[in-house]
Design a protein around this ligand. Structure first.
Ligand code: FAD
Length: 815
């Protein structure tokens, strides 16, 4: 049997190896147009970025290696020009020497792949525009990059575009990414793609969404890109990654049938319209496993499996390819974004009814360090058949996606997920894995035990008169809520049932959906029969409505929040060298510094403390801390997380404890932002061992008022003053951009997402940490503020108190 294979990379090389394993006597010739066979095209972006340092690592197999191991006649630099299916021959050109020869086959396997799309945009043939498909493409890009160019633009936000953007950034370049759609990674629904947008932006990529390139203009050493909205970008290099087109000219010119998608049509045996010719990989039209519709899914896994099926059938082993479901994953800096099956957009287009649910589960047990949130979306039919799943997160995304891909492959129903017994120990998962949780939630929805409403349908329900109830804590609500939501904290819900109309539809929500579910069950068991829980809660709402405000979830403390587990960030270790480990991930300045200070207070000289934080400012803070307190930094690593190993030295008197370095701050302003600045500096100074004194006067006094009203005797004018001024730190507003409360609301929301402590807790940690808080007695009298109205832990004092403190210090600030 004589077999010719066209294309020597994913599908072609797999086919050759399998053929030889099945038939030792077959005469196998593999023609490859390029210089290399069986190279790792999926690794190309990572060599460009430097993660895969050796170019040779990408060359998985050589022509010689393939020849000696598999006895395959490998012909690189040979292009198959045409097929004559009647005579079962191909015309082949030796690219090096130019000669053209004919070769014959019993069977022909086509795996010619796809080529990058290059649209006819004016100026497209500029030499500074590159595409990436193979090793020579990569070499050309590297040659340009090695000249030291700095500005790159990637056009296209698919897998390859996103990977290239990240890897160019890894090289220290300025990178912009242009995408014509409203989102990158269109295999994701928009609410999940928002996480990728955030990650790209945090990684320093300038994103231009809903924008295309109208023209390229040569500018000497540079190139200009004219965008459809009229913007202009200038770059040294442009990477065009807007998709691929199947290489079909050989097949179509030979008269082989093409499918609806204009790719090569094959049956389930991978046989083309000619029974002697098989085709696999990016060049073929697949049938979508979920929709049963024709499509194109150019991925390496399917190409390899299709090659195996084609070869089996050629060798007499009946095999059928069971369609492609499009399971894919991509790294976006520290995040993984993955999907399997179909997304909402596809189902809408196909007119297939579906439901969705979103959960925000932990990658592993919240009490075990380094747990991250996985945003998981499940798409299922109204009867419960799983149609698709998507996830984004910093850890454990691949594992969940593979479980769900398997579930889809076996036609699972969402309720089946409940019974999946998945591997669990705290470092790896949870006793109720996010996959199980998704099953519970879906089952509750489908059985009517706890029906869901998803975010896309929320407005419609509200328009139809549904009542929205927010069951989170007042602090969470303070930082943002859904418009027109009534706030009834979960813990008080049973007492307030009378206030909720029974004849209306009720929608409850919390942060991620767990407390919403409890509230829903309370209501349903108290005679409210139309109660829906907002799927994914406020976290999903805020991403959906205000994706740009999305922040990086990191804290295991945050994960613990809604899953009622205890977050433990202090782990005494047995390791001789390290006495105490502190996980301050997810805390924002000055949280990690305060944790560090507390930790050091617990240790003796010579003991070692290790602290990990995700607040990027901590890298500088910890150095300053050590310098001013005389502690010794043994190790300090920067990156996604900052880890510092510190040897405690309490003998060495630092300049701090030697006296004369008190920090004194006059808090004159009552503006939220200015008070925050004073409190952060005060806490920071305290953490660094400096005595701190904050002197609150005039409007600054309002920050010290209790948040609730206190019954005290006041004159009419004092009452008026009290009424007109903000009562307590919760009521302070921004000095600028307050915009009728909108600006203050937004900043508090952002602070909440970034885990920045609020003024109340900063005041409390100042008090707890031994900071001196002084309320100016004279202004208290002037403004009619009574001592009973001031929070505990504050002294009253006058100008002398302030001056004597200021004299002790070398820093005095007036805010
Ligand atoms: P290819 O692997 O492209 O091989 C086709 C070969 O055929 C080419 O080398 C071509 O030169 C040769 N050829 C074409 N016509 C002729 C002819 N007439 N005569 C002789 N030779 C010919 N997929 C994933 O699943 N995960 C990933 O992470 C991933 N990352 C990727 C990153 C990049 C940068 C690229 C380019 C692709 C990536 N892919 C990824 C896609 C994956 O590589 C393809 O789906 C897979 O290689 C397709 O295999 P194939 O055999 O159909 O085509």
């Amino acid at each position: 049997m004589k077999i010719i294979i066209v294309g020597g990379v994913a599908g072609g090389a797999s086919a050759a190896a399998r053929l030889r394993r099945l038939d030792e006597k077959a005469e196998i010739t593999l023609y490859e147009r390029g210089e290399f066979i069986s190279f790792a095209n999926c690794g190309l972006p990572y060599h460009i970025g430097g993660t895969i340092p050796e170019r040779e690592s990408l060359l998985v197999q050589t022509a010689e290696g393939m020849n000696s191991r598999f006895n395959v006649n490998v012909k690189p630099l040979h292009e198959v020009l045409s097929i004559n299916k009647e005579s079962k021959t191909v015309k082949v050109k030796n690219i090096k020497h130019g000669e053209i020869k004919e070769d014959s086959y019993d069977y022909l396997i086509l795996s010619p792949g796809a080529s990058p799309l290059v649209p006819p945009i004016p100026g497209i043939d500029n030499e500074k525009i590159y595409t990436l498909r193979n090793i020579p493409d990569m070499d050309k890009i590297l040659k340009r990059l090695d000249t030291g160019v700095k500005d790159a633009v990637v056009v296209g936000g698919g897998f390859i575009g996103v990977e290239m953007a990240e890897n160019l950034k890894e090289r220290g370049m300025n990178v912009s990414l242009i995408e014509m759609q409203e989102q990158v990674l269109t295999f994701l629904d928009p609410d999940l793609a928002a996480h990728a947008h955030h990650e790209l932006r945090s990684g320093g990529i300038e994103l231009y969404l809903s924008n295309g390139v109208k023209a390229f203009e040569n500018k000497g050493e540079k190139i200009d890109l004219v965008l459809s909205d009229g913007d202009k970008l200038t770059a040294d290099i442009v990477i065009l990654a807007i998709g691929v087109r199947a290489e079909t000219h050989l097949a179509s010119e030979a008269g082989l049938e093409l499918g609806e998608t204009k790719s090569i049509k094959v049956n389930e045996k991978m046989m083309t319209s000619d029974s002697s010719i098989y085709a696999v990989g990016d060049a073929i039209e697949i049938t979508n496993f979920v929709t049963n519709k024709p499509g194109i899914i150019p991925l390496a896994g399917p190409a390899n499996r299709q090659a195996r099926i084609a070869v089996n059938n050629i060798c007499g082993i009946e095999s059928t390819y069971k369609n492609t479901q499009g399971t894919g994953i991509v790294k976006v800096f520290d995040m993984a974004c993955a999907s399997t099956g179909v997304n909402s957009q596809t189902l809408k287009k196909e007119g297939i009814p579906f439901k969705t649910l979103t959960i925000h589960g932990g990658s592993h047990a919240g009490y075990y360090p380094e747990a991250y949130i996985i945003h998981l979306k499940l798409i299922y039919s109204p009867e419960g058949k799983i149609l698709g799943a998507q996830a984004c997160g910093y850890d454990g995304v691949d594992k969940r996606m593979d479980v769900l891909a398997t579930a889809i492959r076996h036609g699972a129903n969402v309720t089946d997920l409940i019974d999946y017994e998945l591997s669990y120990a705290p470092p790896f998962g949870s006793a109720k894995d996010p996959v199980n949780m998704a099953g519970f939630v879906a089952n509750n929805d489908l059985t009517g035990f706890a029906p869901l409403v998803n975010i896309e349908n929320l407005d419609k329900h509200l328009k139809d008169g549904a009542i929205l109830i927010d069951v989170r804590t007042p602090e969470e609500v303070e930082c943002g809520k859904i418009k027109n939501a009534r706030h009834i904290e979960l813990e008080t819900l049973r007492d307030k049932l009378e206030d909720i109309p029974k004849n209306s539809e009720i929608i409850v929500y919390c942060k991620v959906g767990v407390r919403g579910y409890i509230a829903q069950r309370i209501l349903m068991q108290n005679g409210f029969d139309r109660v829906l829980n907002l799927s994914g809660g406020y976290d999903t709402y805020s991403v959906f409505k205000t994706p740009e405000q999305l922040t990086k979830p990191c804290a295991n403390t945050k994960i613990a929040d809604d899953h009622q587990t205890h977050s433990k960030n202090r782990i005494p270790v047995k390791d001789e060298k390290t006495t105490l480990k502190i996980d301050a991930c997810g805390m924002q300045c000055p949280g990690p510094l305060l944790q560090l200070k507390k930790g050091i207070d617990e240790l003796e000289t010579g003991e070692i403390l290790e602290i990990t934080a995700s607040d990027s400012g901590f890298y500088m803070d910890v150095k300053a801390f050590a310098e001013s307190t005389g502690m010794e930094i043994l190790e300090l690593t920067n990156g996604k997380k900052i880890t510092a190993k510190i040897r405690v030295n309490k003998n060495k008197k630092s300049c701090v404890t030697a006296g004369g370095d008190q920090t004194t701050i006059v808090v004159h302003s009552g503006d939220f932002d200015k008070v925050m600045a004073a409190l952060i500096i005060g806490n920071g100074a305290l953490a660094m061992g400096k005595p701190v004194s904050l002197f609150f006067t005039f409007w600054g006094l309002n920050a010290l008022r209790k948040n609730h009203s206190v019954h005290v005797k006041k004159t009419f004018i004092e009452k008026m003053f009290g009424f007109m001024m903000p009562r307590g730190s919760q009521k302070l507003v921004l000095s600028k951009m307050h915009m009728m409360g909108m600006g203050t609301w937004m900043i508090k929301d952002i602070m909440n997402k970034f885990n920045v402590e609020n003024p109340e807790s900063l005041l409390q940690s100042l008090i707890d940490g031994g900071g001196k808080l002084i309320a100016c007695k004279m202004t208290m009298d002037l403004m009619g503020i009574k001592p009973e109205e001031i929070i505990d832990g504050v002294d009253e004092g006058g100008v002398a108190t302030f001056l004597s403190d200021a004299e002790k210090g070398n820093i005095t600030l007036f805010i």
